[in-house]
Design a binder for this molecule. Structure first.
Ligand code: NAG
Length: 381
């Protein structure tokens, strides 16, 4: 680049960012509000929806835009949704996988698709950090991306795909629909060390979990809400086997476990395998023990789609949280209060869950002129 072009480009960026910032500060007009009512599927109103004033408040603080791709790739959100709907028919397990993927991406250095990057010379990939060892769904993101590249090459960011895909999965799981702003751009870094240090651990006690969520701007209510996503999917036995056989080195089970529930869990996760992996639950994908067929238990499955979230909170009330960290929600005044609330009020939970997911999806996003649009989600452009 010659020295002459550089200042011109810089100026262009400045003008561009100014223009963009004017656009952001424009109050949401009646027309936009109207548009997005039209795009919210009717069924999302059936059990708890987000109030419009809440959405407007939320959006006025966001650097992103509603329907960012309206001109550049008008069918972007529809392509994400139809791909998910098609793949879901043969692989229902993609639902919990993609919700988890969005959480893991956004919680670590923001929603910048850093979770998708493969190992490379300058990349220390989050996906290979031990706590992320069981993540799935990367192939689904790749399929969505290639469909989008076909429709509008180089336009839609992987970071937007991750949160939009999670949103559609929440709906498929029986949860609420929530509108999302778009215009996230992809980062060019991945942060494996931060995953290990800052992702809430399945063994964390209440104060650690609270601190971890608080560092991302979530209060205790929002934390209890987001953990409701543990309602679906599978949990690998290694994340809680210590509670069944040798809790805190006592050679006894976790005394807070309901005895009947303890037997159920023990029948699914046997001790032999437990002992081989109990010392370090996070090392599965690198240690020889990963060669043993991994044991896992299925949480709320498809049969209870209408109960999104409910089983989770009701289980906690009965002392039947599978992960130690989950059951910890019953140990705090405030967190216990919200567990009770959500267990008895599904529409309140749906409404709160929608808001919390919107907030999660906007964490530390990169917008123009930062970041890039990757062509392949696993590689920096
Ligand atoms: C239980 O855990 C403690 C501490 O981690 C360990 O020293 C002990 O060997 C374990 N017991 C069994 C039976 O593995």
């Amino acid at each position: 680049m010659t020295p002459l072009i550089l200042p011109k480009l810089t100026l262009m960026f400045l003008v561009l960012s100014l223009l963009l910032s004017f656009d952001q500060h424009k109050p949401t007009t009646t027309t936009t509000t109207f548009n997005f009512i039209n795009t919210i599927p009717i069924h999302s109103f059936s059990s708890g929806s987000v109030s419009l004033s809440a959405i407007n408040n939320h959006y006025s603080q966001s650097l992103l835009q509603y329907d960012f791709y309206r001109d550049s790739c008008p069918h972007a959100e529809r392509i994400v949704r139809s791909t998910i709907h098609r793949l879901h028919k043969t692989t229902p397990s993609l639902i919990p996988a993609l919700i988890r993927l969005a959480f893991r991406d956004c919680f670590i250095q923001g929603c910048d698709a850093s979770i998708l990057l493969d190992d490379d010379i300058y990349i220390d990939p989050e996906k290979e950090s031990p706590p992320n060892g069981n993540l799935k769904g990367f192939d689904v993101i790749d399929t969505i991306k290639s469909n989008l590249e076909e429709a509008c090459p180089g336009i839609v960011s992987c970071a937007d795909i991750v949160v939009l895909a999670a949103r559609d999965c929440v709906v498929l799981a029986g949860g609420p629909f929530y509108p999302l702003n778009t215009g996230r751009r992809d980062g060019s870094n991945s942060f494996a060390d931060i995953v290990t240090d800052e992702l809430p651990s399945p063994y964390a006690d209440l104060s650690q979990i609270i601190a971890s969520f608080k560092s991302r701007g979530f209060d205790e209510r929002e934390m209890v809400t987001l953990l409701g996503a543990h309602n679906i999917g599978v949990i690998n036995c290694k994340f809680f086997k210590n509670r069944l056989y040798n809790f805190s080195g006592t050679n006894e089970p976790d005394p807070s476990l309901d005895p009947e529930f303890l037997n159920v869990l023990r029948s699914r996760c046997n001790e032999v395998d437990a002992l081989s992996t109990s010392t370090s639950a996070y090392t599965s994908h690198t240690s020889p023990s990963s060669l043993i067929k991994e044991q896992e238990i299925t949480m709320d499955s498809e049969k209870s789609v209408s109960n999104f979230g409910m089983l989770y909170y009701r289980s906690l009330l009965q002392g039947k949280g599978v992960l130690y960290a989950d059951q910890q929600l019953m140990e705090g005044e405030k967190t216990k209060y919200w567990v009770h609330k959500y267990a008895s009020n599904p529409s309140l939970f749906h409404q709160d869950f929608a808001m919390a997911m919107m907030k999660l999806s906007d964490l530390q996003v990169l917008t123009m002129p930062m970041g890039q649009i990757r062509r392949t989600c696993s590689k920096v452009a």
